[in-house]
Design a protein around this ligand. Structure first.
Ligand SMILES: [Zn+2]
Length: 429
């Protein structure tokens, strides 16, 4: 498919286009987006893995520019790739990561203690393979998943978790409430950044939530992305990059109020935000909310210099990783990757790295094995291959799981192999 038919301006853009031809508009408030934070070049869709045996098939590339709305503070991409193309077949099975399954179980236990889930309706948006709802079901809740990716949704159904394969918007929310009732606990983990029609999606959340229900949203935190130079978490599947302040404004516009927040270590630093219908807080977490909003202001999220510094730091990391791999090759050393997460596509493209500098990587996800990282030709093999080939260096592309990986692969030390972590800056362990 040619890029022009798949790249869509965000919905707020069409009305504005008449008065300001070519201007890009904020997907939340519609103001002109004129602050470019960084241009990472062009990349294919990061989860669009290709089979090794079809190296000549064309790949579609999209510009990857991070912008910030000076009017509402929402950080976002300049263009939207078509979600139908991205999310129909999704090679990410949440249950593959043992730490993520444990994370989901803990969340269910803590919400069960707070809300007594037995007999209540629990709905999860982007429920993936049922990694979370299976625990809610054990707690006695009536569970429903919403998951557009057909392959992962069918795994959830095989576990007995009713799952609707649609993209959430206001109309879909009305249908669900008619058939299943509204949610006492509505879960939206790592999904709100993935929706191109932000206002339609949040209005769907508002409709799904029972009057006294609690909505939990997990998002990677923009402040951590900037502080730790996590530029590889910028990719086309993530349309928006939220601060607590920006998310609070979006929810408030749709009658939802943030009443508590926690900081999490997942995905390089995330927030778990608790929201309810305005004025219906289930408990008082206002101190946590006020404290984090103050820290975001102190960090400088509302000032341009923070974004300029981020861009300079990222460009430094890009240069250093490329020159490290060039030098290894000059010295006749071998290197393999560990992990083939979506973010590897951004990291490798932004740094100018392909199979000539990193011939192969490994991943525990059997679905990814036998494919190549989009646009790079870098083969994805089974983790055992590292033990067999004994490379001099192992570049951890899934750096957020670095601790888990270095423990599982302790054997690398036995032949003098070294682990390398690319983010926040090149570190040789
Ligand atoms: Zn805006």
């Amino acid at each position: 498919m040619p890029a022009s038919s798949s790249v869509k301006r965000n919905p707020a853009d069409s009305a504005a286009a008449k008065t300001s031809r070519g201007a890009i508009r904020c997907r939340f408030c519609g103001a002109a987006l004129d602050h470019e934070i960084i241009d990472l070049g062009t990349t294919p869709l990061c989860e669009n893995l290709r089979r090794q045996e079809t190296p000549d098939a064309a790949e579609t590339y999209y510009p990857l520019r991070l912008m910030r709305c000076r009017s509402c503070g929402l950080t976002q991409l300049s263009v939207s790739a078509d979600p139908q193309e991205i999310f129909r077949e999704y090679p990410y099975f949440s249950s593959v990561s043992s730490s993520w399954v444990a994370h989901a179980k803990q969340l269910v236990q803590s919400m069960d203690a707070r809300l007594s889930l037995n007999g209540k309706v629990v709905i999860e948006v982007a429920s993936n393979d049922g990694y979370l709802l299976k625990h809610a079901k054990v707690a006695g809740a009536r569970v429903l998943g919403i998951e557009p990716a057909l392959n992962v949704a069918s795994v959830a159904r095989s576990l007995g978790i009713e799952t609707i394969s649609k993209f959430l918007d206001a109309a879909v929310a009305d249908e669900i409430v008619d058939q299943h009732g509204s949610a006492s606990w509505l879960v939206a983990n790592n999904v709100i950044a993935h929706v191109p029609d932000l206002n339609g999606f949040v209005s769907g959340l508002e409709k799904l939530l029972a009057q006294d229900g609690v909505l939990t949203i997990e998002i990677p935190h923009l402040m951590q992305l900037l502080a730790n130079r996590q530029f590889d978490t910028i990719y086309h599947e993530h349309y928006c990059y939220f601060s607590l302040a920006a998310l609070t404004r979006v929810l408030a516009q749709h009658g939802l109020e943030v009443f508590d927040v926690e900081e999490l270590k997942s995905h390089g630093g995330s927030l778990r935000v608790y929201a309810a219908h305005t004025g219906q807080a289930a408990w008082d977490g206002s101190r946590n909310v006020a404290a984090l909003l103050a820290r975001e202001r102190e960090f400088g999220l509302e000032d341009d210099w923070v974004y300029d510094q981020f861009a300079a730091d990222v460009n430094d990391t890009r240069r250093k990783l490329l020159s490290f791999l060039l030098n290894l090759q000059e010295d006749g050393k071998t290197v393999a990757g560990y992990g083939a997460p979506g973010k590897a596509t951004t990291l490798l493209h932004a740094c100018g790295i392909d199979k000539h500098l990193l011939p192969w990587t490994v991943d525990r996800n059997t679905y990814k094995q036998g494919h190549a990282i989009p646009g790079t030709g870098i083969e994805i093999r089974k983790p055992d291959e590292i033990l067999k080939e004994q490379p001099d260096f192992v570049l951890i592309l899934a750096w957020n799981l670095a601790r888990e990986i270095t423990q599982q692969m302790k054997a690398v030390e036995s032949w003098g192999g070294r682990f390398v972590i690319p983010i926040p800056q090149l570190t040789i362990l």
